[in-house]
Design a protein around this ligand. Structure first.
Ligand SMILES: [Zn+2]
Length: 114
């Protein structure tokens, strides 16, 4: 269950950021996660609820935005959204030379702390 490690990383980053600005409590954390990370949002929320106990983020809601996968064809420049497993081929020209634009993110967008 790699969500536990990811939740732990989000929590420690949020606490470090909050401590750096002299905050004592964290009220919410917003993250964006690409679908290609294979992170299950429910499992991440579950891990977050466990890990935040007894920390300054004890009452902090975790808001997760899942980002779809997008790639751009290197041959024709076509941008397209796709699922986890069908990224390899441009739907416009059929090229296999494609670059991933979005889908592997694991970003903390915002931390609300007081
Ligand atoms: Zn193409």
């Amino acid at each position: 269950m790699h969500e536990l490690g990811i939740a732990s990383g989000i929590l420690s980053s949020a606490i470090t950021a909050a401590e750096n600005v002299g905050a004592t409590t964290i009220s919410s954390v917003d993250v964006s996660i690409g679908v290609l990370t294979e992170v299950m949002e429910d499992a991440l929320q579950f891990a977050w609820d466990e890990l935040r106990q007894g920390t300054m983020a004890e009452n902090a809601a975790l808001t997760v935005t899942m980002l779809g996968a997008r790639s751009r064809c290197a041959d024709c420049g076509h941008d397209y959204e796709h699922g986890r497993y069908d990224a390899a081929r441009c739907p416009s020209c059929g090229s296999y030379v494609v670059m991933l634009l979005q889908g592997r993110e694991l970003d903390i967008n915002r931390i609300d702390a007081d």
